[in-house]
Design a protein around this ligand. Structure first.
Ligand code: PXP
Length: 239
């Protein structure tokens, strides 16, 4: 069964819009748990536009679901991750002016060195490490060579192209990279831009272990509630 990670960043975004307590990301996590999803995902950004440090602390002490912490590889975030010990760390690129994560990591010489260093430390704390990568086979090969526990393929371009027809290119890139990741014994995750419609074709990809979905679930929950929005995705996953 593919694990569904529900990204609750936008619950915090809404809370932050008024600066009060509501809606509370921890209450959202409780709904995620009761709806049977497998993990809570959150991105602690340098500018703290979504969740705050205290939210992360609360989620980790609540402890009913594993927390997948998305973060940039800055020294501040490394310190937070190593001291708070989430169940999974996903490294993402981060640019201050972006509206959301816009692409995968660019694994250049400098970043590879930093990831190796951080991976030694995270392994020492038994925190599995995931890399968010574009479905670019050369990048994926470099990611697998790093010996990380997971690679999350960026499905944003696939999701954007979903309604253009015929456009098999994005799907083919995902399949090629997935097969390589699977054959390297690295756990395969996917995320970004996924919803109940574009998710279905991805389920035929062998070795897909996890999907992380935020925006479409939180958007849908405005109309039908969070629990029902999660159930819609789970119905697709169960097909
Ligand atoms: N996976 C990663 C690594 C992300 O950065 C995001 C966005 O925060 C998601 C999944 C979820 O993307 P979306 O909100 O478009 O579902």
């Amino acid at each position: 069964m593919i694990v569904l990670g529900v990204n609750i960043d936008h619950v915090a975004t809404l809370r932050n819009a008024r600066g009060g307590k509501n809606p509370d990301p921890l209450s959202a996590a409780e709904v995620v748990y009761r709806s049977g999803a497998g993990q809570v995902v959150c991105h602690l950004r340098e500018d703290r536009r979504h969740i705050l440090d205290q939210d992360l602390m609360d989620l980790l002490s609540w402890g009913k679901l594993p927390v997948n912490l998305e973060m940039a590889l800055t020294s501040e975030m490394q310190e937070i991750a190593l001291s708070m010990e989430p169940q999974l760390v996903t490294l993402v690129p981060e640019r201050r002016l972006e509206r959301t994560t816009e692409g995968g990591l660019c694994l250049n010489h400098e970043l590879i060195g930093k990831i190796r260093e951080f991976h030694k430390l995270s392994s020492g704390k038994k925190i599995p490490l995931s890399l968010f990568l574009d479905p670019d086979i050369e990048m994926v090969k470099k990611g697998c060579d790093l010996g990380v526990e997971q690679i999350e393929l960026h499905t944003g371009p696939y999701a954007n192209s979903f309604f253009r027809s015929p456009d098999k290119f994005e799907m083919e890139r995902l399949i090629e990279c997935s097969l390589y990741i699977g054959s390297s014994n690295v756990r395969l995750a996917m995320g970004h831009g996924l919803d109940s419609e574009n998710l279905l074709p991805l389920l035929s990809i062998p070795d897909l272990a996890e999907v992380n979905i935020g925006h479409s679930i939180i958007s849908r929950s405005v109309f039908i509630g969070l629990s029902a929005a999660i159930s819609e995705i789970q119905e697709v996953l169960a097909r």
